[in-house]
Design a protein around this ligand. Structure first.
Ligand code: NAD
Length: 497
């Protein structure tokens, strides 16, 4: 069985680690590959290659870096089908959804091709008589990205193009559950002309993450994954003196107001809750129905959930594929069990859904709960599966308070026709990304992505202008030439004039 390798110094290698873990095709439940689990020697090898590459890469003009990114952009577009097929084979999501993922990642590459513009500093002539000031942004050095299973192309592309365009050497540690796409991405960047050592992949599990966090040569860590691990990565990385952005899990609520367009709202919620089998950090997992809309909302949602087309990701007519692993399937089933035990109304039960011919695949049907309350596990925990919880709130303020009391604050949405309510919501809700009649308000590449509260540890959001700031250090330079020097030694705090 083939072993999915690291990409170190531009070459595929199984490295020094002898441990391998299984990679599944979630639709069949079969092991298709093993992945090399790297050790500290493998990380050291990547660091050595990055250290060799960094001085020249940092000195490479941003326009030259951008030209490589332009070629990488074209190659990603040309290999869109191959990348999507790899995602579907290891993650399970439907191919059309996988292509959407690649496209959203590609947009960050496109944004990063503006490196010469993005790295422009500011210049102020005459901050004082004969004195000028300007700023510049310089790369950090060797930086690392640690990514989750649910977007094996898009999330690495939130990081890599930004890190590389700004002159850093980037080491990616992808999820061990779907690690192949990372290898293809690194190969594409090399084919585009990226010098070896600038974009590397080290495969591994938590030991590799901890090796990265402890390695003194790594200046910054960009992490995306679940909240407990994000918290750990942030605490450990910053304690070791690194710059860290750690994006965590989510429990995204949508408020459904009585004045909304109910049919369109139901369509939006179905896509947002069950697309990619609910394995999206921006999935809507809680619908808060305000006042009299609840009964009609639940009835219409239930009709859709019962008729979801579930099957292999390779068949584009399916709306939902399998979950990523058998272990995750058991966890999602267990959480649905807990909802029943804790008194929620299970309106649609997807637990025993079987896809004919794929009985060993990690499939589950869509589930819909009504009368969910804050004390239930299905409310408190991120299920990360195709389960939508409906809560009932008597009025808008109660619904808003539910969201603001949640420890998570990634995305949220409101469905209403009333501009005043929408404005009050966007102004007062405590979350990082907000949709008004938009269920999954993922910011475009030229904005930045990130949540609040336990959904993000650190100061910088991902990609866009925040990505440039995260991967660079600023210098402020003040200059004066002999003609501008008006007196001898000055002993007072300089002031302008
Ligand atoms: P995860 O936290 O299990 O894994 C993320 C990464 O951390 C992986 O590379 C994994 O190898 C590593 N890891 C796992 N356990 C570790 C440990 N104990 N110590 C150190 N490293 C460890 O997440 P996942 O299951 O791969 O992905 C799903 C999670 O990611 C969900 O919680 C989802 O909400 C979140 N996510 C968040 C965003 C966001 O932008 N906020 C985006 C995508 C996914």
């Amino acid at each position: 069985m083939t072993v999915i390798p690291h990409v170190i110094a531009g070459k595929h290698t199984e490295g020094h680690g002898t441990h391998r873990t299984e990679v599944f095709n979630p639709a069949t439940g079969q092991v298709t590959h093993h992945v090399a689990i790297g050790n500290s020697q493998d990380l050291d090898a990547a660091i050595a290659a990055a250290s060799d590459a960094f001085p020249a890469w940092a000195e490479t003009p941003p326009l030259t870096r951008a030209r490589i990114l332009f070629r990488a952009r074209d190659l990603i577009e040309a290999r869109m089908n191959d990348l999507a097929a790899l995602i579907t084979a290891e993650h399970g999501k439907v191919l059309s959804d996988a292509k959407g993922e690649v496209t959203r990642g590609l947009e960050v590459v496109e944004y990063a091709t503006a490196a010469p513009e993005l790295l422009k500093g500011e210049y102020t002539e005459q901050v004082s008589r004969g004195v000028d000031a300007y700023t510049m942004r310089q790369p950090l050095g060797i930086v690392a990205g640690i990514t989750p299973f649910n977007f094996p192309v898009m999330v690495p592309l939130w990081m890599a193009p930004m890190a590389i365009a700004t002159g850093n050497c980037f080491i990616l540690k992808p999820s061990e559950r779907d690690p192949s796409a990372a290898v293809m991405l690194a190969d594409i960047f090399h084919e585009a002309g990226l010098p070896k050592g600038v974009f590397q992949v080290v495969q591994g599990d938590k030991d590799m993450v901890n090796a990265i966090l402890g390695h003194p040569a790594i200046q910054a860590v960009s992490f995306v994954g679940s909240t407990p691990i994000a918290r750990h990565v942030y605490a450990t990385g910053t304690a070791a003196g690194k710059r860290v952005q750690a994006l965590g899990g989510a429990k995204n609520h949508a408020i459904v107001m009585p004045d909304c367009d109910l049919d369109k709202t139901v369509d939006a919620l179905i896509g947002a809750a069950y697309g990619s089998a609910g394995e999206r950090c921006m999935a809507i997992s809680v619908a808060v129905a305000v006042g009299p809309v609840a009964d009609a909302l639940v009835t219409k949602l239930a009709d859709h959930v019962r008729s979801l087309k579930i099957g292999t990701g390779t068949d584009n007519s399916n709306e939902m594929g399998p979950l990523v692993t058998g272990q995750h399937l058991s966890r999602v089933r267990g959480l649905v069990d807990s909802g029943v035990e804790q008194g929620a109304t299970l309106v649609v039960d997807g637990r025993d859904h079987v896809v004919s011919g794929y009985e060993k695949g990690f499939f589950i049907g869509g589930s819909l709960f009504d009368n969910v309350t804050e004390r239930m596990r299905i409310y408190q925990e991120e299920i990360f599966g195709p389960v939508l919880c409906v809560m009932r709130a008597p009025d808008f303020d109660t619904a808003l308070n539910i969201i603001n009391d949640s420890p998570y604050g990634n995305g949220t949405a409101i469905f209403t026709r009333d501009g005043d309510t929408a404005r009050t919501f966007t102004h007062n809700v405590k979350a990082g990304m907000i949709g008004v009649n938009v269920p999954i308000p993922v910011p475009m590449a030229f904005h930045s992505f990130g949540g609040w509260k336990d959904s993000l540890f650190g100061d910088h959001h991902m990609h866009g202008p925040e990505g440039v700031r995260f991967f660079t250090r600023m210098k402020a330079i003040t200059t004066r030439w002999p003609a501008g020097i008006r007196s001898g030694a000055e002993f007072i705090m300089p002031t302008h004039g």
